[in-house]
Design a binder for this molecule. Structure first.
Ligand code: ZN
Length: 456
């Protein structure tokens, strides 16, 4: 196709949200961004316990590579700033998100809605000060080290945010997507259920487009290739380091999609984690080499917590019975819930679930949802909000449990039901959570759409 004809056709395609960005404005708006990037090491200074697998028997004892918190700040022409942080961690404790967001609010005036904290869900990272860590057989001294690490970690993540904001400078942003095929649906029968092999990519370049400063990418798959006792970011850790090696002076950031029911298969050998990392990084590199879509316009950010209800709270008698259960997860949960019952006078009926939606110009709707999100959410939201313009991230702002779709909740199994015991929560979720979450995303996306379209 001749370039002139291509241009005409592109102008005929209605932009997302019916944005009326005129051709003449696009270059101005595309060049009015500022971006800053940073990277800090968050490897625990000591060998503390690792989280992700309940079967761990002792603390970490080695290191494949360092674990990092990487941050990017983006500011539009009006001064609206968002900061997103990717961490090589198994989760994001709610208390950590609150502490870090408060520091960012105080220091930089950053509203909660403008900060996204996510994790790669590596299972070769440290235990955190959250409910999930109760599945581990840790003694008081082990807990003490984990809690001390959490305080240090919160500080390090805050420093990453400070550094990204301090690094703000004129930038050019563009989006695209690739394909990577190692993720497989892990529910029975394995490899049969839905999956999403798309790799969304956001490129951050210097103002003149001569220097790559940051590359942000996603993939919907559990970071569970490895299960040994060495610190490691697993496949996404390797992918980030591979890209940073290929593009010196840039920061590569991984965001887990709705990969809660997806595994990298086969697994358990370091060669496989390296291979998957390389496959993902090469897919990202291919996107960087192709023409990408320039992001133009304004930023809009929304954040809301909706109350996800538990299906049925246990009675005290049931919990007292569970104390005698031979499963450490079940007896541990009973102990924790009884303690909370005594302290608070009742058990919580629901959990505040974080939903964040960002609009980057007319080109990108970024949905960041809490918890271990199954792929059905990603596929549905892309279908309903726009396949090419929607990016879905899970494991963001609080990882409190698995978040099954209505289908997975009904089917039950680990992601739909029994994982709630591992997360030390009172019961499975009440039916209706999928529509509750999706309708909130739609409402926030509409609000953002109106904000970015508002006249100057
Ligand atoms: Zn998981």
């Amino acid at each position: 196709m001749r370039p002139a004809l291509l241009t005409v056709l592109l102008l005929l395609v209605p932009p997302a949200f019916g944005l009326t960005v005129h051709a003449a404005d696009t270059s101005n708006e595309a060049s009015s961004w500022q971006a800053g990037v940073s990277r800090v090491v968050i490897t625990p200074p000591e060998f503390i316990w690792m989280s992700g697998y309940g079967g761990r028997a002792h603390a970490a004892e080695g290191k494949v590579h360092d674990l990092y918190a990487r941050a990017t700040a983006i500011r539009d022409a009006k001064g609206e700033t968002v900061v997103f942080v990717a961490t090589d961690l198994v989760g994001v404790p709610k208390a950590m998100a609150t502490t870090v967001a408060e520091a960012a609010g105080k220091k930089h005036g950053l509203p909660r809605r403008n900060l996204m904290l996510a994790c790669s869900h590596t299972h070769c990272g440290p235990a955190l000060d959250d409910r999930l860590s109760y599945m581990l057989d840790m003694k008081e001294q082990d807990w003490k080290l984990v809690r001390e690490y959490q305080v240090w970690l919160n500080q390090r993540v805050t420093e990453a945010i400070d550094a990204a904001i301090a690094d703000l400078q004129p930038a050019r942003l563009s989006t695209g997507s690739g394909i990577c095929r190692f993720a497989a649906n892990r529910r029975t029968p394995k490899g049969i259920g839905p999956y999403d092999h798309q790799v969304p990519v956001l490129k951050i370049e210097s103002h003149d487009g001569l220097k790559l400063r940051g590359v942000v990418f996603g993939y919907a798959c559990h970071n569970t290739t490895l299960g040994f006792y060495d610190w490691c970011g697993d496949y996404s850790g390797f992918a980030q380091l591979y890209l940073e090696d290929r593009h010196p002076d840039s920061v590569a950031m991984f965001f887990t999609g709705g990969g809660a029911d997806q595994n990298p298969l086969p697994r358990r050998r370091i060669e496989l984690a390296e291979k998957y990392g390389r496959m993902l990084a090469v897919s990202v590199d291919d996107v960087l080499d192709e023409p990408m879509k320039l992001v133009a316009g304004k930023l809009a950010a929304s954040f809301e917590e909706v109350e996800l209800e538990f299906n049925q709270l246990p009675t005290k008698e049931q919990l007292q019975e569970d104390l005698k259960n031979s499963s450490r997860y079940t007896s541990g949960r009973a102990k924790l819930l009884l303690t909370e019952w005594d302290r608070d006078g009742s058990l919580p009926k629901s959990w505040p679930y974080p939903i964040q939606v960002w609009q980057l110009g007319g080109e990108l709707t970024w949905v960041a949802l809490g918890g271990e999100l199954v792929v059905d959410y990603q596929l549905r939201l892309k279908r309903e909000l726009g396949e090419s313009s929607t990016w879905v991230t899970g494991y963001a702002n609080d990882v409190m449990a698995y978040i099954p779709s209505e289908r997975v909740l009904e089917e039950g199994g680990y992601e739909g039901d029994s994982s709630m015991i591992v997360y030390q929560l009172p019961s499975r979720w009440k039916a209706g959570l999928e529509d509750q979450i999706v309708s909130t995303v739609h409402r926030l996306a509409r609000q953002n759409g109106e904000k970015v379209q508002a006249p100057e």
